[in-house]
Design a protein around this ligand. Sequence first.
Ligand SMILES: [Mg+2]
Length: 419
Amino acid sequence: MSPRVIAHVDMDAFFASVEQRDNPDLRGKPVLVGGSSKRGVVMAASYEARKFGCRSAMPTAQALRLCPQAIVVKGGHGKYFAISKQVFGVVRSFTPDVQPISIDEAFFDLTNVMHLHAKGWDREHAWEEPGRGGDMRSRPAGPIEPLRALGLAIKQRIREAVDLPASIGISGNKFLAKLCSDLSKPDGLKILPPQDAEEALKPLPVGVIFGVGPKAQERLRQLGIRTIADLRGFGEDRLVSRFGDHARDWLGLARGDDNRPVRTSREQKSIGKERTFFENIGDPEELRALLLSFVEDVARSLREDGLKTKGVTLKLRLGDFRTFTRSRALEEPTDATKDIWAAAWSLLQEWLQERKGALRLMGVSLHGLTEQTQLGLFAAEPAPVQRDISESKVDSTLDAIVKKFGRDAIRRGGSLHDR
Ligand SMILES: [Mg+2]
């Protein structure tokens, strides 16, 4: 695989920056955008408020205890969506391969367009320094300068379009690109050649690794593991024995490896896992355990891609090759393993009650995938963008099912829309 050039753009304190842009009285002051009621939650904190420890997703009451002088602004989601659309429009003018992952954040793939933006760009040797590895064909300026020029140009165009600061990270994969934009904030630009990642990652806290949440961090800390260097030094087997297979993913990221593609919204998305068994399986306990492991895998892929699912489909094939699908819609889009498992397990229980026989294949797939994970914050009021997404997803989901399971799936799939 030739080297990739992947970038991540993230607006700085997005909602708060918008409010400060639109109201000069708020500039330079601690601002919290979010609900002011007892159960209100902070959706964004300005950098002035962050100095006091205020963070998004924190209860407003808690944020106000940390910073009593903060100004709470309700915010207007219509405005934010309009700006978000403009920002992604700017990014799309540089490359069509854009994957929005929230209202103010997107990955974009520059691999196939760098030659349009930088004269003499050699995509086969994208990250090579001139003279490095003895290859003198590389650009005289090396890879960093053209990437820096492009990154600055994108930031400049965003500034012109919406008058807001954005941070951009550029590297060889999604994990590193997002890390770069996070580290460069606010109003930053950071470029990390992937060959330098292993060294650059060493001193960073394990929490930067995708999937290492606060609980895992605490458990790791108890083992004396604070940095990525500590994690790598602990040993794969010892980690896996304590944290399960997730630890292998962590170690891959800890080395700077991440093969996840940038998925554009035009692509049909479907996440699934199925297995043909060596011998047919009829034992309910065995099937339950297998299904649970499948659900854990697909739920993880879902979260890695920053997606949520609206439904679960089971695929079941008997020894005589008759194939069945069973689907269930979820009440709300989710990326939680337990919600997906609850739906998948109830489908399997219903299937087992039908007593059709032992299975030669079982699979689980997720459908109705949505990207805009932060939209949930506005659940009280349906957002226009959200409607657009779900409408287009109905089609692409049905297409994906037909493609994957054949037309029979749709005929039998009346249950798809059961609530
Ligand atoms: Mg942001």
